[in-house]
Design a binder for this molecule. Structure first.
Ligand code: 8YV
Length: 326
């Protein structure tokens, strides 16, 4: 019997590919070529499954052009590259990779907060440029982290991980805002207090964004929201590009409207707003919050398990639209 045909749209660990090849006839992209949408559609012809990352857009147009497609397994917890209602309408299963990256991503969120508040990257560039000729009392004086107020917008698994690090590790006063309030048990575990969005913006010394990108969260942080923040505040975005209005943020940073920002995600990435590249008080990283070898392996394994689980055993592990399973 011939094996089901799948497309692996981006380069992956050779071990993941080898595992998929045990079950499927695989077309892969180990050269990691950038495929246009028409090329992705062309390569999906005759494929029942797709292994995707956050960079492949699975929308109504693609689905209409790929009638054989039955499942798309995203190697990411975020799935704003999927039009899930359109997938459900066509009975195409969508899966993501929750849980396996929670702690690693929370670690990174905290690292970015620390680097931003304590001006680590800015001072390193100064040193490397040979500008350090003498010590001075206020050189790269940043913002206090321990004991300060940590604000979290979006309190899912990763937000809770950051809250625990702040509250238990750094004695921070943690406040959060989320679409829905956590249970009292979860709030106690995170030592976090629920507040309205305006209070969060006005009160946080450090504001970390960990909410999913949706039409409703587009530019959740723009000029008006930044204007409410403390002039000494730092803003950290490890969620998705588009949640922050990058042009407004660059302007606010230039004007000293807030102290600093740490950004791992950008509107229209991998392009970065040119003004962000010229302001010194911003730490910029290329969407690496989940990037440890262990975690990326776990994400790839879970995406592969979802394809095998669904196409071989009829039981995907982490479906986003389980209603298509019938
Ligand atoms: C991924 C992420 O590395 O999981 C997510 O949602 O943002 C990252 O962990 C990225 O989306 C590539 O798939």
């Amino acid at each position: 019997m011939s094996k089901p045909r799948i497309l692996v749209a981006r380069a992956v660990f050779p071990q993941t590919l080898a595992r998929l090849e045990q079950h499927f006839e695989v077309e892969s992209n180990q050269a990691d070529a950038t495929w246009s949408q028409p090329e992705l559609i062309a390569r999906l012809q005759g494929k029942v499954g797709a292994f995707t990352t956050g960079t492949e857009r699975i929308d109504a147009t693609l689905l209409a052009a790929c009638p054989d497609l039955k499942v798309c397994a995203n190697m990411a917890v975020g799935f704003n590259n999927f039009d899930v209602p359109a997938m459900s309408a066509r009975k195409v299963l969508a899966t993501n990779t929750p849980d396996v990256l929670t702690e690693t991503t929370a670690d990174f969120g905290f690292a970015l907060l620390m680097a931003t508040a304590r001006r680590i990257c800015e001072s390193e560039h100064y040193l490397r440029a040979g500008q350090w000729t003498k010590w001075s009392y206020d050189m790269f004086a940043g913002a206090e982290v321990h004991g300060s107020t940590l604000g979290i917008l979006g309190m899912g698994r990763i937000g809770q991980g950051i809250a625990k690090r702040g509250a238990h590790g750094f004695g921070m006063n943690v406040i959060y805002h989320n679409r829905s309030r956590l249970t009292p048990e979860l709030e106690a575990a995170c030592k976090a207090r629920y507040v309205g969005k305006e209070e969060l913006l006005k009160t946080a010394d450090h504001l970390v964004l960990v909410l999913p990108y949706t039409a409703a969260s587009h530019h959740a942080i723009g000029a008006a929201e930044i204007a409410l923040m403390k002039p000494t505040a730092t803003l950290v975005n490890i969620a998705r590009g588009g949640i922050v209005d990058d042009a407004a943020l660059a302007q606010a940073l230039k004007a000293g409207r807030i102290a600093a920002a740490g950004l791992d995600v950008f509107e229209g990435e991998p392009k970065v707003h040119p003004d962000l590249l010229t302001v010194p008080n911003v730490v910029l990283t290329p969407h690496i919050a989940s990037a440890t070898v262990t975690t990326r392996r776990a994400m790839a394994d879970l995406a592969a398990d979802n394809l095998i689980g669904f196409l071989v055993d009829g039981k995907p592990l982490t479906p986003l639209n389980p209603e298509v399973l019938g």
